[in-house]
Design a protein. Sequence first.
Length: 86
Amino acid sequence: RSAAKQPDGRLLCEACGFAAQSAYPGLSSDLCEVHHRRPLSDAASATPTTLEDLAVLCPNCHRAIHRTNPLMSVEQFKLRFFAKAG
């Protein structure tokens, strides 16, 4: 978790940018969850996981990305739902 924290100590959702400390001042814990970029169910056998295999997502984005079919990458999900209109 510390590898994903911002310099100011916040943990941000990689899709929407949500930070619990900004939304809920004084909250003593992070609300983000760890998402496997490659679903474990796709692995034919036990596979080691590295930090590059993981993404930090808020609970809403984590639940929503698992509702996409086929499963979107975090980058695709972010572009589709959170790209700023130019």
